[in-house]
Design a protein around this ligand. Structure first.
Ligand code: GAR
Length: 208
């Protein structure tokens, strides 16, 4: 099955939903590691409780962004992932990660509206009546890669940031589980070629 490394910075409820889904063999993916930029990220405990290896690459341990990015990329590569899933990972991943690993991100707004770290707050402040969530491939921009799927969430009267974000996250978890499963089972197209995920006993069947 497809090897997935999940990156988190906080609670990791999206990561937890993926761990739950991966219990079913027919899902087609397994979480082989969970990485974070923050030692205190709550989701790390859940991953460890499930016996999933974790790693932390703190931003402040590196002199610049590119060194951190390279360290992150190397830690990820050690787990030989078919797919990296950024799920509530709050730092921008650079070319060392994005150029080396197939990676997707989940974002709590309907991109290209409200990219960045405060999407829910900014959507509310803008007065939109409908927002939602987007899953996209990561490229070197900020929340700018090709969109894979989106789902809408209506803003309700009296919503504050926390209430709206919680409703978005309910939709996100379902969409992320669906998308990762689809990618794991079917692969996707890159530059006109079909990329297959997962492995056989003979070894990797990934990209040709
Ligand atoms: C999710 O809503 C995710 O879309 C968002 O952080 C939350 C993490 O929740 N990501 C971003 O805002 C990235 N810019 P979780 O830790 O419970 O999965």
């Amino acid at each position: 099955s497809a090897r997935v490394v999940v990156l988190i910075s906080g609670t990791g409820s999206n990561m937890s939903a993926l761990l739950d889904a991966c219990r079913a063999p027919e899902y087609g993916a397994q979480v082989v590691a969970v990485g974070s930029d923050r030692p205190g990220a709550g989701g790390l405990e859940r991953a460890e409780a499930d016996g999933v290896p974790t790693f932390v690459v703190p931003f402040r341990d590196y002199t610049d962004r590119s060194e951190w990015d390279t360290a992150m990329s190397d830690r990820i590569a050690a787990f030989e992932p078919d797919l990296v899933v950024s799920a509530g990972f709050m730092r921008i991943l650079g070319p060392a990660v994005v150029g080396r690993h197939a990676a997707i991100n989940i974002h709590p707004a309907l991109l290209p509206s409200f990219p960045g770290a405060h999407a829910v707050r900014e959507a509310l402040a803008h007065g939109v009546r409908i927002t939602g969530t987007t899953i996209h491939f990561l490229d070197e921009g900020v929340d700018s890669g090709p969109i894979i799927d989106q789902a809408t969430v209506p803003v309700e009267d009296g919503d504050d940031e926390a209430a709206l974000h919680e409703r978005i996250k309910i939709v996100e978890r379902r969409m992320l589980v669906d998308t990762v499963g689809e990618l794991a089972r079917r692969g996707w197209n890159v530059d006109g070629r079909h990329v297959r995920l997962g492995r056989t006993e003979q070894g990797r069947t990934n990209a040709s």
